[in-house]
Design a protein around this ligand. Sequence first.
Ligand code: ACO
Length: 319
Amino acid sequence: MFSKVVATGSFIPSKFLANEDLEKRVDTSDEWIVTRTGIKSRPIMDDDMTVPDMAFNAAKDAIESFKKKDPNFTVDDIDLIICATTTSSHLFPSCACQVQGKLGIKDCISFDVAAACSGFVYALSVADKFIKTNSVKKALVIGADALSKTCDPNDRSTIILFGDAAGCFLLEASEEPGIISTHLHANNEQADALTLGNKQFIDDSSLQMQGNQVFKIAVSELSNIVTETLEANGMDKSEVDWLVPHQANIRIISATAKKLDLPMERVILTIEKHGNTSAASIPTAFDSAVKENKFKAGDIILLEAFGGGMTWGSALVKY
Ligand code: ACO
């Protein structure tokens, strides 16, 4: 049994913070930000919204899209909701349980996964295992985060990076692939390079990052995971049609594309407009490509991410 991505959805807040806005707040410049990161703007969640609200909107978008293919589908057909987030409004009820409630689903399995920017790939891997073992037939996998709210507004090294969004995959059990394989890793040795404290327990709970340390580990581990993913499936890099990377930094993304010998036209990029939306970056980038009809049935798509923990992972998907 395989998990097939049968629909996708997104929620991107309508308010954007441009580099020019940040120039007025801290000692930075549009030129510095664009050269070092590739980011020009980032969406910012309204103060009266929560991460579960964004997650719900992304799930609704995916569900509406699936209903066009299968008008008999109802939300009660969903057996599992996994939400990847580290910025939900509550530790409990989880973001996934709140989405379940907002969708009006009486009974399904719902829980959150915390793996920072790698969260979506982690959640996808967990959902895939539920489907592969015949435990569930349909699953919503959501990545939703609002890291812009966690940065010290005076810290120019972090506020330039993060935006807020949510993205969703609807997975369905299928005889045909689907998700071909997933590969997950974590190592806590250099975790201090990227931390987000829990307000209740940590005095300085703003997001802390040693950017250049994270950068070096990310480039190296993402190169390793490309090799691991291809070798695990006996595939050559020429067989990969698209790369949907976590959108942290255009230079990290370019290094991974180079490793795959993939031209940048085959890399789905949202970083310029959206910045780093953490667990939401892969599903929203994937969804943007779906909406632009970029993927064809049978295309081989590599998803990869790196984030706090340190965590990293990949998923190879046949569309
Ligand atoms: N504007 C102007 N100057 C700045 C800014 C800014 N916004 N931010 C930092 N600088 C300065 C620094 O103070 C430093 O100055 P100094 O040399 O006088 O000390 C100089 O620029 C260079 O700083 P670096 O941190 O070495 O810059 P770098 O080229 O590494 O770029 C960046 C920083 C963009 C953060 C990069 O390191 C990066 O993208 N790292 C990876 C981030 C990432 O992938 N995070 C993982 C996912 S996030 C998650 O899991 C939540």
